[in-house]
Write a protein that binds this ligand. Sequence first.
Ligand code: GLN
Length: 494
Amino acid sequence: MSELTDLTLAEARDAVRAKKVSSVELTRAFTGAVEAARPLNAFVTETPERALEMAKASDARIAKGEGGLLEGLPLAIKDLFCTKGVRTTAGSNILSNFVPPYESTVSQNLWDAGAVMLGKTNMDEFAMGSSNETSHFGPVFNPWRSRSSNAKLVPGGSSGGSAAAVSGSLCLAATGTDTGGSIRQPAALSGIVGLKPTYGRCSRYGIVAFASSLDQAGPMTRTVRDAAILMRAMASVDPRDSTSVDVPVPDYEAGLDAGVKGLRVGIPKEYRIDGAPPEIDALWAEGVAWLKAQGAEIVDVSLPHTKYALPTYYIVAPAEASSNLARYDGVRFGRRAQGVRDIVDLYEKSRAEGFGREVQRRIMIGTYVLSSGYYDAYYIRAQKLRSLIARDFDEAYKKCDVLLAPATPCPAFAVGEKTADPVSMYLNDVFTVPVNLAGLPAIAVPAGLTKDGLPLGLQIIGKAFDEATVLRAGRAIEVAADFNAKPERWWRAA
Ligand code: GLN
């Protein structure tokens, strides 16, 4: 545990502030770790020179007694956030040569706070996936392996590169985005913390759009405290995103250890699903016992429309995606097909070559549910269901302050295991999508290991803009679970 890369974000921050370690030293340790971890394929683009420059500038600020909340701390950025002058691919061939002329608001907030960029992390193409196998740049491998086999496992998706980078100690923390679970699900499968904030908490400006009414950026970290620190720096109201909301951003870290005494924790009965491995339910029951032992009041609640959440999501998200992805036409952005006959041929070939199979599937589903004749039957009904799902949460919150649920229906699975069957892949999102449809905040916290030694996560869901309570309850889970297992660094020998 003496390696610099094993520090948490909070520990590194304190060490840098106390001048026990310089940002350059810290950054060198991480650029080395990133390089040594290439077998994980967690990064699409490494930016070690830029990192070193940023670290030197940080050290200069620290020497002058200046410095922001994240001064000198090396982070990884999901390759969905536009970074000025640094290639941003969204995991897609169609953007494989796209160098943005501007910076996303969230990443700009991080640089303004003094953070250092190590590079851009691999992800499912346009954030569509639950295993990081749809990336044009190849799959990401989970740092964790099962005790019973050396098979390569998926890290979850779509923020799989960020999850692997945090879990494998290749960065202090990373950004992710969550449209239907893409922060929480990979966090759970990779044994780290992932927080999806309330819709509107972070600006979406400069984040490549998937489904605009669902997309939210959030922190992926090794501890709940680190998530609290990063969340504060990422959040802001932004005139360039009209859906960002002007509510004060509290010092989440300050309230973290206040405990859960008297907190009403709802247990949604619909999250008990047939066919889930018994370990998932057992961990959930353990979570209930932990919170109860710390003084929380446990209440049974019902979210009756939960079973409609997945079908609703897989209409709404593709519909918005089909519209958002219409801008990639080979003319204004990214890759352009060669040797074309005319403009229609250019559009068709550029899109056929540029988009992978899953993205094409979503565009076709989305276009279909929005087409005249089917719009009322699918899209309008999905919108109505979305309201009912959101209302379920409103009703539940009359009886409780947060909800406790599993984060995923299964632990990390083998690469290739679910790629042939999209529906089995979509089922990974069963516990995460309702939260996005309702726009609520939720955190996944590592809480235990399967008998094969793979991490499992629990999820705390909160009221809109109450990330503070979500983090506090997440911290209570973290304390009780005392999860400190780490993956063996097999990739260093690979
Ligand atoms: N797995 C979900 C999907 O493929 C969620 C993805 C996400 O949150 N970006 O749509």
